[in-house]
Design a protein around this ligand. Structure first.
Ligand code: SF4
Length: 376
């Protein structure tokens, strides 16, 4: 999650086909498809700007001269045919282009580095609590598509809001607060995922739920994973593991892979770094090992903070002892989230910290490899 996101792209060809077909529509869009059309609006807009008359003809046989705009224009004054003679194309009359004027951003984001606050500010507390208790509704900062760094293959990633940790290097502090996210029903999240499900399967990818800390709203997460499994979509959770005990063994059957953040080994350092103990995280890892649930360990390497190689060695020893750790990802600290701390007015301790050198990253990877683990 600390790595830069891959460029957003649609997993399958279906979305592109929809965009191409949009201009053919003569009826208003069905409500169920409106959200998808809204997401393709940007592309429709730029395509229209580049080729305003050719795009609607794509894939069609050559039209009759009577119907072409130039032919009509030739019979009239050459200066003003387009406005008066040609009816607006479907793309030109496409209403969701008003969406950018909406005060809230769309749920889909180019990357989780978009700053988002107060999206559920006015929701009554009882509604928030009811949502968390039932799991029928959750809170999402955003979702992104086309990620290749948040689990195997190509992923759709849902970024939840709410986290009880305060990691000094957190690059998404706007996800700490639940109410900074959109309230999203399980039904809507499932419908959104369904659009990508075929493409995700073809590209050996799946759904990843990250955050924030997803287990802050574990009932919602489990319900969405359950729906994903029913579609045959691979499921991954990225978690700090602190609330792992909230998941029953039955819940864990709906999760194919756990990306477990292990931030530091020493208890004191861990507390200074995150504000919490690492005991529950390490215990969750052991429980996953007993269940033979696959784990990818994620470790963020921060110069002068988590780069003590003896400490790294202890994490490596722990990870190797589990027997179910498929790989370790050493994530170099970066400053892409610094602007969020500034904008939120939170004191940022790592203002002047530089990313680790390639040599230091390699040294940390070597420590994990020496323990018999695959490390990247
Ligand atoms: S666990 Fe740490 S890095 Fe992850 S969202 Fe919470 S504070 Fe940020």
């Amino acid at each position: 999650m600390a790595k830069a996101r891959a460029k957003a792209r649609r997993p399958g060809k279906a979305a592109k086909k929809k965009v191409a077909k949009t201009p053919k529509r003569s009826k208003p869009a069905k409500p169920a498809k409106a959200a998808k059309m809204a997401k393709t609006a940007k592309r429709a807009k730029s395509a229209r700007a580049a080729k305003p008359t050719k795009r609607p003809q794509a894939g069609k046989p050559a039209p009759s001269p009577k119907r072409t705009e130039p032919a009509v224009a030739a019979k009239r004054k050459p200066a003003a045919p387009a406005k008066s003679a040609a009816p607006p194309s479907a793309a030109q009359s496409y209403k969701p282009l008003k969406a950018p004027q909406h005060p809230k951003p769309g749920l889909e984001a180019a990357s989780p580095f978009e700053m988002r606050v107060n999206l559920a500010k006015d929701l009554p507390e009882t509604d928030v609590q009811t949502a968390l208790d039932s799991g029928d509704m959750g809170f999402l900062h955003s979702f992104t598509t086309g990620s290749t760094v948040d689990g195997p293959g190509v992923r759709v990633v849902a970024w939840t809001t709410g986290c009880q940790w305060r990691c000094r290097y957190c690059h998404n502090p706007d996800t700490w607060t639940m109410r900074n996210g959109y309230p999203v029903s399980v039904a809507n999240a499932t419908a959104e995922l369904r659009k990508y499900s075929q493409g995700l399967k073809v590209m050996n990818g799946g759904l990843t739920i990250s955050g924030g800390e997803p287990l802050m709203q574990h009932r919602f997460v489990v319900k969405v994973f359950d729906a994903a499994k029913k579609m045959g979509v691979h499921t991954t959770i990225e978690t700090n593991g602190f609330l792992g005990e909230r998941l029953s063994d039955e819940d864990l059957t709906k999760i194919d892979l756990v990306m477990l953040g292990v931030k530091a080994w020493g208890g004191e350092l861990h507390k200074e770094l995150t504000g919490r103990d690492n005991g529950p995280t390490l215990e969750f890892g052991r429980r996953l090992a007993k269940l033979k649930k696959k784990i990818w360990v994620r470790f963020v390497l921060v110069p002068s903070l988590t780069d003590d190689l003896d400490d790294v060695g202890k994490i490596a020893e722990y990870a190797a002892s589990l027997g179910n750790v498929e790989r370790v990802e050493v994530l170099p600290f970066h400053q892409m989230g610094r602007f969020k701390w500034r904008e939120l007015g939170i004191r940022y301790h790592l203002e002047d910290t530089k990313p680790p050198s390639a040599e230091l990253v390699e040294q940390a990877c070597a420590v994990f490899r020496a323990a018999g683990l695959e490390a990247h």
